[in-house]
Design a binder for this molecule. Structure first.
Ligand code: GAR
Length: 197
């Protein structure tokens, strides 16, 4: 059985969508069917991340590696890898994980680490994507699943979903519309990536 380790910083709704997909033997919409993998652990850099309780309720091992307890990015990433490695991950999945990773950490998981970003990359890397899309007058917005490389939000794209930007949208209403799509594309992209690992 292949193992997935999911890294979170907050609500964990994308993590929960992947957990649900892993629990399902068959998806209603074929293919793909199931993930063929288990979520071995959920790790947060924030002790107060609400997603931790969701993972625990699903019977998944959790851990906290608090970035504030480490003096540098390198020290944090070393501690993070030490928490990940016992779970022998086939794939590391960043799901609302809000830390920039060092090149050394990224190289360790090259080709087997995915991220989801709330914009249609390569547009709007970085933060505040929904407000920036609204301010630019974008008619469409969306989300991107991509492979993680040393350059922030720049790896090869594994999946995208597009939603309309509607008159009167705020960053919150647009984020909610995008997030619904994130929950559909991320489990699929995880399944497809796992098939090649
Ligand atoms: C998601 O919208 C994800 O795209 C975004 O954080 C949210 C996490 O929600 N990720 C980033 O902004 C990464 N730079 P969740 O914790 O409910 O999955």
């Amino acid at each position: 059985m292949k193992n997935i380790v999911i890294l979170i910083s907050g609500a964990g709704s994308n993590m929960a969508a992947i957990v649900r997909a892993a629990e399902r033997e068959h998806w209603a919409d074929a293919p793909p069917r199931g993930l063929g993998a288990r979520v071995a652990a959920v790790i947060s850099n924030r002790p107060d991340a609400a997603g931790l309780a969701l993972a625990q309720a699903a019977g998944i091992a959790t851990a906290v590696v608090d970035h504030r307890a480490h003096p540098s990015r390198e020290a944090f990433d070393t501690a993070l890898a030490a928490a990940i490695e016992p779970h022998a991950p086939t794939l590391v999945v960043l799901a609302g994980f809000m830390r920039i990773l060092t090149p050394g950490f990224v190289a360790r998981y090259a080709g087997r680490m995915l991220n989801i970003h709330p914009s249609l990359l390569p547009a709007f890397p970085g933060l505040h994507t929904h407000q920036r899309a609204i301010d630019m007058g974008c008619r469409v917005a969306g989300a991107t699943v991509h492979h993680v490389t040393a350059e922030l939000d720049h790896g090869h794209i594994a999946a995208q979903a597009v939603v309309p930007v509607l008159p009167g949208d705020t960053a919150d209403t647009l984020a909610a519309r995008v997030r619904t799509q994130e929950h559909l594309i991320y489990p699929r992209a995880v399944a497809e990536t796992l098939r090649n690992l």
